[in-house]
Structure formats: structure tokens, C-alpha cells
Write a protein that binds this ligand. Structure first.
Ligand SMILES: *[C@@H]1O[C@H](CO)[C@@H](O)[C@H](O)[C@H]1NC(C)=O
Ligand SMILES: *[C@@H]1O[C@H](CO)[C@@H](O)[C@H](O)[C@H]1NC(C)=O
Length: 249
């Protein structure tokens, strides 16, 4: 019966079906070396997705382009309101996939992938206002931030959901908390009136980047959650669960 069904499916592929294995490596969820297979699949996937996969509507991931990001930050003495535009993030394709752990069963999907990257560079344009006690600084221009020796784990949490006759995994969240070896930012403030101040501020930040990183991490994480969940769902929503991770027979 299974054979007949299979034959039927091969002859009559459901309309608009996407052959995922054409683009990405497929792993058998009951395989004993599932984790090794995932490592290979992610390694291969990063390479393919670096330039994007049109048929799966996946944007290029390296460089990854983000139109804009609003940052509002406030603590006791400091308030920053900034709009960052034309953001490019470069370097993901230089990363190494070390290990992966997957739990793919009927009710839950959970995946962790351990990676490291020698270098990630972020560039963009900024426009905003900072306040330090009574001192207000308006600035605009461009910036870049170079991070080196990153170690991070992608954590994807999802739930299989039935849609019609097929089951798809809906990714609910994407989480990572990169450990960064070093971080240096350059800020090119085009406002001459405040340039000296922003230069001072930048060198202060470069000396204390760990504090800055920790403070800004939650903003970055909510941004990554949206992007990671979105990209993952582009894969998972188009391809039935048992096609991404065939359960085998
Ligand atoms: C960042 O900007 C500075 C100053 O404009 C420049 O000297 C440096 O090469 C840039 N770094 C990267 C990685 O592009
Ligand atoms: C089910 O699939 C249809 C057609 O692909 C899609 O439009 C719809 O959003 C899906 N529903 C859910 C709950 O995912």
C-alpha cells in the first residue's frame, strides 16, 4: 500500500510542491547519525542560503540586508534614540558548524546548532539623538562594527501543526547569545557640531564594549528572533514535516 501511495505521489506531485532536496540536504529523523546529518545540512544550507534561495523565498544571508532597525535605549544617565538604515551583516558564510542536536517527534520540534565565526562585520547608516544627563547630542552618518571570534548556538523551537492532510512545523522562536572575542566600532558622524563628542563616545564604547554588548543584547536578540524565525519558517512552512525530516519506514 505504501509503495502504491508513493508511486501515486511521484506521478502526481501536489500542485506547487517544492522539491526541497534540490536545495537543501534532507535528514532522516530516525537515523542514528541524525545530528551528524544536521551538521552537514546546516553547513551546506549556510553556503546555499548565503546567496539566497529564490524558490524558497529565502533572502541572501551573507551579506544579510536589513532595511532598518529602531533602537531606543535608556538607563539612568543615558538615553539613545536611533534609526539605523541600510544595514549589512557580513561573515556568516565563514562560520563553522560544530555540532547539532535535534529532537523531532510528533508533538515537538527542537533543534540546537553550535557554530563559530571568525569575523562578523555590521555596517549601516544611523541617525539619532543621544542624551547624557543634560547633554544632548544629535548625530547622523555611517558606522561599522567588527566582531571577531564569535561562538554561538542557534536554538529553534517549533511545533508540528496539521494543515490539510500534511503536517508542517511552525517555528515559534529562534534564540542565540553569541560570545564575542572582540568588538570594534567606527562611527563617522557627519554632524560637525557633535563630531568631537561622538568620537569621544566611540572610543569610550570601544574600551567598554562588553558592557555595551550586554546592554544591547536583548534588542539584538529580539531582532534575531524575528529574522531567524522568519527565515526558518520559509523553509518549514513550504515543506511538510515528513519531507524535511522523513521519518523513514
Ligand atoms: C570601518 O570604518 C573605518 C572608518 O571609516 C574604516 O577605516 C575601516 O576600514 C572600516 N572597517 C571595516 C571592517 O570596513
Ligand atoms: C495552511 O496552508 C494554506 C495554503 O498553503 C495557508 O494559506 C495557510 O496559512 C495555512 N494555515 C496555517 C494555519 O498554517
Amino acid at each position: 500500500m505504501y509503495q502504491i501511495l508513493l508511486l501515486f505521489c511521484v506521478i502526481y506531485p501536489s500542485n506547487g510542491a517544492i522539491e526541497i532536496s534540490k536545495h537543501l540536504k534532507v535528514c532522516n529523523r530516525n537515523s542514528l547519525d541524525l545530528n551528524d546529518c544536521i551538521v552537514e545540512a546546516v553547513r551546506d544550507g549556510i553556503e546555499k542560503m548565503a546567496t539566497g534561495i529564490e524558490e524558497l523565498d529565502i533572502p541572501p544571508l551573507d551579506p544579510f540586508f536589513q532595511d532598518e532597525l529602531k533602537v531606543e535605549y535608556k538607563n539612568n544617565q543615558i538615553a539613545v534614540k536611533m534609526l539605523i538604515k541600510n544595514i549589512y551583516v557580513e561573515g556568516l558564510k565563514g562560520s563553522t558548524v560544530h555540532d547539532a542536536r535535534v529532537r523531532a517527534d510528533e508533538d515537538n520540534f527542537y533543534m540546537e546548532v553550535d557554530l563559530s565565526a571568525p569575523s562578523i562585520v555590521i555596517r549601516g547608516d544611523f541617525k539619532g539623538e543621544g542624551q547624557y544627563n543634560a547633554l544632548k547630542v544629535k548625530a547622523y552618518g555611517d558606522f561599522n562594527t567588527s566582531m571577531s571570534d564569535l561562538i554561538f548556538t542557534w536554538k529553534l523551537d517549533g511545533v508540528p501543526e496539521k494543515n490539510g492532510t500534511d503536517t508542517y512545523v511552525r517555528i515559534k522562536s529562534f534564540y542565540m547569545r553569541p560570545d564575542v572575542g572582540n568588538m570594534i566600532s567606527h562611527l563617522n558622524n557627519e554632524n560637525p557640531e557633535t563630531r568631537e563628542l561622538t568620537n569621544l563616545g566611540t572610543s569610550f564604547l570601544n574600551q567598554n564594549w562588553r558592557v555595551l554588548y550586554r546592554e544591547l543584547l536583548p534588542y539584538a536578540q529580539s531582532n534575531w528572533d524575528k529574522i531567524g524565525t522568519n527565515v526558518a519558517n520559509k523553509i518549514f512552512s513550504k515543506v511538510p514535516y515528513d519531507q524535511i525530516f522523513p521519518s523513514g519506514t
